[in-house]
Design a protein around this ligand. Sequence first.
Ligand code: 5GP
Ligand code: ZN
Length: 139
Amino acid sequence: MRDETCIFCKIANGEIPSATVYEDPDFRVILDLGPASEGHALILPKNHFKDVCDLDEETAAKVLPLAAKIGAAMKKSLGCAGFNLVQNNGKEAGQTVFHFHVHVIPRYEGGPSIAAWECQPANADKLAQIAEQIKSALS
Ligand code: 5GP
Ligand code: ZN
């Protein structure tokens, strides 16, 4: 389950060196080369999945506990006040490397700030209609 053209496959499997903070048979956790804050890490499965929709259930079940473990270690070791888990799917959603990964971004008192979305107004009818649209596509 490797893609020979994928840089995260190479990093996750140790063919390209990285600042690794954690490794087990399924995952490598590395520091991001372009961090949003000090300690910004990426959780990479060793197998290639292009995004969350492609992920197998076994790997998926392990990702959130691992993210919590990394975040807790960041709070202990880096003194961050909290952390964000960010996971982008698709170019329009900001995904630039098409090998599933989870960002673990430490957040410190005093910043740096990280851009958030702007809330848009919505009304109850519109929310109900959109909820129906999504529900109808769930199988
Ligand atoms: P995405 O935008 O796909 O959610 O996140 C990709 C992330 O991978 C970016 O934050 C980017 O800085 C990071 N990145 C891209 N190439 C490399 C690399 O070769 N090594 C490391 N450590 N991070 C990378
Ligand atoms: Zn890959």
